[in-house]
Design a protein around this ligand. Structure first.
Ligand code: FES
Length: 333
């Protein structure tokens, strides 16, 4: 391009001669580009001459624009769209890869190699004793929700003490009068957790259970664990076979709530030390292909997808904090 030369050449040639010159140029360019739309061509060529494009080098860029107008195809726009598409694809890929930030890295990889032995403590870290766990009787009108995480940090369980009944199965502490049992607080239907899943003694029928026909006459005397999400019911007095009726939690009874193995010592301290291998697995542990499997597979496959319990170096063991909805029976931190 000779844009800088224009004023000088125009001055040198005089206005008339300059007009003659650029008319000749237009004619020449037109002859070389017969297929180009005439009006666009003229406009571009006039611009070319006005702004000093050389005749020997036609205003290629402007001519190409003229062709673009004729063909209705905007190659620059197409390039832009292509570039934008590539950028969008890259962005989507980025979003897809961001998914890994929301998926626990530990999923499908073991967090712990076996069930830990964990002492049940209050919020201050003091061990809870058997005597501190309140009882539910056949006439109780309320009962606190007591829950603790086990075997991993994000797996709640419900702690119960039922007065005057012996619940069958290993892992249930029977002190000669009451049974103390811990059941998974993750519903076997779709995984609702405490407090949506909680225990209701005989005198405390949840409103949602009344909606499906429960009354004071058919609500069991030791109550039920009831899931308010879709109405699954679990009878704690049945131990590992606690699935109660035809609620949406699927049969057979191996979809009962898993039973956490509890132990006690001479101090009356309480420990969680495994899951009854005859129980169902905690929901989500064996997602597939054999989600109903009991026994040894539970041991080998379940400790993944979560966080390890805290280890107490003073007690030299894992610990799990029991929280109570009643601000007691032990002092909250
Ligand atoms: S999640 Fe508990 S009944 Fe559906």
């Amino acid at each position: 391009m000779e844009t800088s030369a224009l004023p000088y050449r125009q001055k040198e040639m005089g206005k008339k001669a300059w007009i003659v010159t650029w008319r000749k140029r237009i004619k020449k360019i037109k002859a070389e580009n017969e297929s180009v739309d005439d009006s666009s061509f003229k406009r571009e060529s006039i611009n070319a001459c006005r702004f000093g494009y050389s005749t020997s080098s036609p205003p290629v860029k402007h001519l190409s624009l003229a062709r673009i107008e004729k063909d209705g195809v905007d190659k620059e726009r197409r390039s832009f769209i292509k570039g934008a598409s590539v950028s969008l694809a890259a962005l989507l890929l980025g979003i897809a890869s961001a998914e890994r930030f929301f998926t626990p890295k530990s999923r499908n990889s073991a967090v712990m190699s076996s069930y830990p032995k964990a002492i049940l403590v209050d919020a201050r870290g003091n061990p809870i004793t058997l005597a501190q766990i309140p009882s539910a009787t056949t006439s109780s009108a309320s009962y606190p929700i007591m829950s603790f995480n086990y075997p991993l940090q994000d797996e709640p369980n419900i702690l119960l003490r039922l007065h005057g009944i012996k619940i069958p199965g290993p892992g249930v502490i029977y002190d000669g009068r009451d049974s103390i049992i811990a059941l998974s607080g993750i519903c076997q239907h779709l995984g609702c957790t405490v407090p949506l899943l909680d225990y209701h003694p005989h005198g405390s029928i949840p409103f949602e259970a009344e909606l499906i026909g429960y009354t004071g006459t058919n609500w069991p005397e030791y109550g039920l664990l009831f899931c308010k999400c879709h109405g699954s019911q679990y009878d704690p007095t049945k131990g590992k076979d606690n699935l109660y009726n035809s609620g949406p939690a699927p049969s057979p009874a191996n979809h009962s709530l898993p039973v956490i193995l509890l132990e006690t010592d001479s101090n009356g301290f309480v420990y969680a030390n495994g899951i009854n291998p005859e129980s169902a697995v905690i929901r989500g542990h064996l997602w597939q292909p054999d989600g109903e499997v009991h026994g040894s597979l539970v041991e080998s496959e379940n400790l993944s997808g979560g966080t390890e319990l805290p280890f107490d170096s003073e007690l030299n063991m894992y610990k799990t904090i029991v929280t109570s909805s009643s601000n007691g029976p032990w002092p909250e931190g």
